[in-house]
Ligand binder design. Structure first.
Ligand code: BGC
Length: 915
């Protein structure tokens, strides 16, 4: 084949990515992975071979670092770099050409690039610095300004800054803010892994005088975290590390870094706290402090901070950015006399205030999620988090302001404004905008259907994800927690992967999980772990770990593998995954039952005893079920990674756990001893039962739901599985009824109370309008949003064959809406390209539109279809190109297709409803 010449033949390589990014500035991967998408004007396109080139010059492709040559392979995702060793601070260009199985050769793709950062920590010449002690009352959480002025010669060709902070930093050069990232350097397990960012600052520098200005805040490093008011989790002082590399046209390079020549001073931000908000005092402003020529002779100095370099890593996660601007929908004057603005959406981010305010104004913006029963502003559920932004103007008359908090985010729908009483409602509305902030993950999928309330539910799920994916997967974004609770992340991850590309987000978090995992394999409740220290301080030697929470160590990497096909991550997490299940194995006196220690159980389930958060499902049943599930995943991971001895070990162990489970929790006659919805759902979903007992258990689950008048009772553990367990065993109709249930408790009930996000409790607002107690009542908690996965996979029918990850083989299996939902559609930008499953039901006819990306295949599963009636684009099945196989199994037809865009229409038999 000729890979050199190619014509416009309908075969194209597009959307090249290096580790999920199109352009990537600042990577420290030694062997990054490449993926591309194939576009073809024909059906059933499969890549026959690829050719990838990596070089230093985007125009000259003769001097290459990697010339793969023609590699006969259908691999088009996660292709690992295999060229000469990469150098630091170098931009690499790459391009790809492919041939398909029909013999067509594509043109070379567009050229993309990535650029390395500092590949070796010895390249850090700069020193960690901290503002001098005299300014430094570490209890204050105030912000410091640091600056450095310097002179540069002419002929700068390019410049980069590598920067990080123990705390949070904001960078400006010559008075201009650099970059659009916020909350840098992000939150990691700082003691082990500390991210730095890379900036192309060429355009900000000038020949002559220059100045770098930094604002340095406490953030997660030294700021208050957790509900026990603890600060300084990672160190006593905030600090900065920055290195500027300036390149000149003559090839020379100059490095300017943080050292003791820098100056520091307090900033006008007198408080910046993740939970409490920000205080800005304009009277303390020092105009032009970050400009060249500013006289900083009265500023203090800085000291060298004794912080490490060997745990510095380049930015791994998507950056946090402002991704949407909301305008308030109305002003409310509450019965208590408060002036409140409604943003129309429970959002996470900050309020920007722009406009003119009188001299010496002091305004305060309070943030809250709801109004109370009387319609007053309600902050009780924030616990100790103040979430308040104060602004004190100076004595300048009619000052024009444009203010946002910079190092704090708030979770809110309503804001109460104090101190701007002279403004009309209209003026207030014009002055305020809401900036939505989260990790800037590319949107991956969408789901919609004929039922407006389900579409609102899907929107609430997405808003819950946006609000809680701010650098780490948090439980909630408003009260004094905002922590990376493992259980919540684990139950939601698969839904999350449908809505957004979460690969770098979870890669980072899982590396932190491994870093914070204890030496005995147990996994802290939250990652990054800021809670264990509280137990340690109390003298606890055996640190707690809970089933379904610690299992995030195993479930999350596996979901990432299924979704993105990245074996590299699986390999990296493998020892952490094994350590978790081995930890369980070593608990208590029984190797195969987990019946010791503390567990959250089926957290917040409605069958809990009065005043308890733990549902009625026995915690040892939940723990042992998860033990089996995680052991199975570790076994499957061992298969993928070719670890034969482990395959044997964990297969045998799994068998023993299942036997122990049956012995303990299933009666000899085959009845599940715990009569809860959650126990039944777990038994079915984790495959814990003898075959003869499965249908009986499913029928019992169905009965439990019917007896409860089609209402769920499940908590964090059972909820994600409930509808799957029903649909998989002939009770899809019941699952649909549960989904569409509008009376409390249900997914739709909160909508009747105006919810725009997912709530922590099924009854965050009770039917009588009163609230769940303030000790734990978040209105933005994504866990119950885990139903989203079932909407995509089982309602719209966009699913995968899990034996071939990353949708290399899709499974399109719409289960239809039992007359209640008459159309549904899901789209997913998956690793190989766009997948779509959209169906419409009219009388006894169904239409199904399917898109399958090139280099993949799909099984289309049509329940109750009449084979002879199936047409695709007006043609009968046997006449159609792209159909690989047709199987008829009982009442189901499975059509295997190649890539392409298909439009099926068919008749179906009246469904003989349910067993
Ligand atoms: C969090 C949860 C978390 C739980 C542990 C709560 O305070 O908000 O979502 O998983 O504690 O049970």
């Amino acid at each position: 084949m000729d890979h050199q010449s190619a014509s416009n033949n309908g075969l194209e390589v597009i959307q090249l990515q290096c580790e999920y990014r199109t352009h990537w500035l600042g990577s420290d991967h030694l062997r990054p992975q490449f993926s591309w998408i194939i576009q073809s004007n024909q059906r059933s396109t499969i890549q026959y071979s690829y050719y990838i080139q990596v070089g230093l010059d985007s125009e000259d492709w003769t001097q290459l670092l990697w010339d793969s040559g023609i590699v006969v392979s259908d691999q088009s995702i996660q292709v690992k770099y295999a060229g000469s060793p990469l150098q630091s601070r170098t931009r690499y260009y790459y391009r790809v050409q492919i041939q398909d199985q029909q013999g067509r050769t594509s043109a070379w793709s567009e050229i993309q690039w990535w650029e390395t950062a500092l590949l070796d920590h010895t390249e850090w010449q700069a020193q960690w610095i901290t503002p001098e002690e005299e300014w430094h009352n570490p209890q204050l959480e105030s912000v410091f300004q640091l600056r450095k002025s310097f002179t540069l010669p002419e002929n700068i060709s390019s410049a980069r800054i590598y920067a990080t902070a123990a705390g949070l930093y904001e960078l400006s050069i010559n008075g201009t803010r650099v970059g659009d990232e916020w909350f840098t350097p992000g939150w990691t397990s700082y003691t082990h892994r500390h991210q730095y960012q890379t900036y192309d600052v060429t355009k900000y520098l000038q020949a002559g005088d220059n100045a770098i200005g930094i604002s340095l805040a406490d953030g997660w490093y030294t700021g208050r975290l957790g509900w026990e008011n603890k600060r300084q989790h990672y160190g006593e002082h905030k600090a900065l590390l920055l290195q500027l590399h300036v390149h000149y046209e003559n090839g020379e390079e100059e490095i300017i870094g943080t050292d003791t020549s820098w100056h520091s001073a307090p900033s006008p931000i007198t408080l910046a706290s993740i939970y409490d908000g920000e205080h800005y005092d304009a009277r303390l402003e020092q105009p032009d402090w970050d400009q060249p020529g500013y006289d900083d002779s009265l500023w203090s100095g800085v000291k060298v901070a004794e912080l490490a370099y060997d745990h510095l890593i380049a930015q791994e996660n998507w950056a946090v950015r402002v991704t949407e601007i909301l305008t308030p929908v109305k002003v409310i004057h509450t019965p208590a006399g408060e002036t409140v603005l409604d943003m129309g959406q429970n959002m996470v981010g900050r309020i920007r205030v722009t406009g003119i305010i009188p001299a010496n104004t002091h305004y305060v913006i309070h943030h809250a999620e709801i109004l109370d029963q009387q319609g007053n502003f309600y902050r009780g559920n924030l616990r100790t988090a103040k979430q308040a932004v104060h602004y004190i103007a100076n004595d300048q008359q009619d000052r024009k302001i444009n203010h946002v908090p910079r190092f704090s985010f708030q979770g809110f729908r309503y804001i109460q404004i104090e101190g701007l009483d002279h403004l009309t409602d209209q003026q207030l509305l014009e002055m305020v905008t809401g900036e939505v902030m989260h990790s800037d993950m590319p949107i991956a999928g969408s789901f919609e259907c004929s039922h407006p309330l389900i579409n609102q539910l899907q929107r609430n799920i997405v808003w819950g994800q946006r609000g809680n994916f701010l650098d780490v997967p948090t439980d909630c974004p408003q009260r004094d927690e905002r922590l990376g609770w493992t259980g919540d992340a684990q139950v939601f991850i698969r839904t999350a992967a449908f809505n957004y590309n979460i690969a770098p987000f979870f890669q980072k978090w899982l590396r932190d999980l491994s870093a914070d995992q204890r030496s005995n394999g147990s996994v802290p409740f939250v990652i990054p772990d800021v809670l264990s220290v509280l137990d340690e301080e109390k003298g606890d030697t055996e640190l707690p770990a809970s089933a379904a929470w610690g299992d995030a160590a195993v479930i999350c990497p596996w979901v990432m593998y299924l979704h993105y096909g990245d074996q590299n991550l699986l390999q990296k997490q493998y020892s952490s995954m094994k350590a978790w299940v081995d930890y369980i194995y070593n608990q208590g006196s029984h190797h195969y039952l987990w019946n010791t220690g503390f567990h959250f159980g089926d957290w917040l389930a409605l069958d809990a005893k009065e005043n308890s958060y733990m549902g009625a499902t026995p915690v040892d049943l939940v723990a042992t079920s998860y033990f089996a599930y995680s052991t199975r995943i570790v076994r499957d991971t061992a298969v993928v990674l070719g670890q034969a001895a482990d395959v044997k070990l964990y297969s045998e162990r799994l068998e023993q756990i299942i036997q122990a489970y049956r012995h303990e929790f299933v009666t000899p006659a085959g009845r599940l001893a715990a009569p809860t919805q959650t126990a039944h759902a777990l038994a079915l979903m984790f495959d814990l039962l003898e075959e003869r007992d499965q249908q009986r258990t499913a029928t019992e689950l169905n009965n439990l739901v019917i007896k409860n008048d089609y209402h769920l009772t499940t908590g964090f553990v059972g909820t994600p599985y409930l509808c799957f367990a029903l649909s998989d065993h002939g009770y899809h109709e019941t699952a649909i009824k549960l989904l569409l249930q509008e009376q409390y408790p249900s997914w739709l009930y909160p909508l009747s109370k105006g919810a725009t996000t997912i709530w922590e409790h099924w009854d965050g607002i009770k039917t009588d309008g009163s609230f769940w107690p303030d000790d734990m009542n978040s209105y933005n908690h994504y866990a119950y949003g885990a139903i989203g996965e079932w909407l995509y996979r089982y309602v719209a029918g966009l699913d995968m064959d899990e034996s071939i990850p990353a949708y290399k083989k899709s499974k399109i299996h719409p289960r239809y809406g039992e007359g209640e939902i008459t159309s549904a559609s899901a789209i997913l930008e998956a690793a190989y390209g766009k997948i779509q499953s959209s169906w419409i039901e009219q009388a006894d006819q169904r239409q199904l539109e399917v898109i399958i990306p090139a280099n993949t295949t799909a099984d289309i599963v049509l329940d109750h279809a009449i084979l002879s009636s199936i047409q695709e684009n007006g043609q009968l099945l046997h006449e159609i190109e792209g159909i690989h196989n047709i199987q008829e199994m009982q009442s189901t037809i499975i059509i295997t297709i190649g890539s392409g865009h298909y439009h099926f229409v068919y008749q179906y038999q009246p469904i003989s409803r349910l067993v």
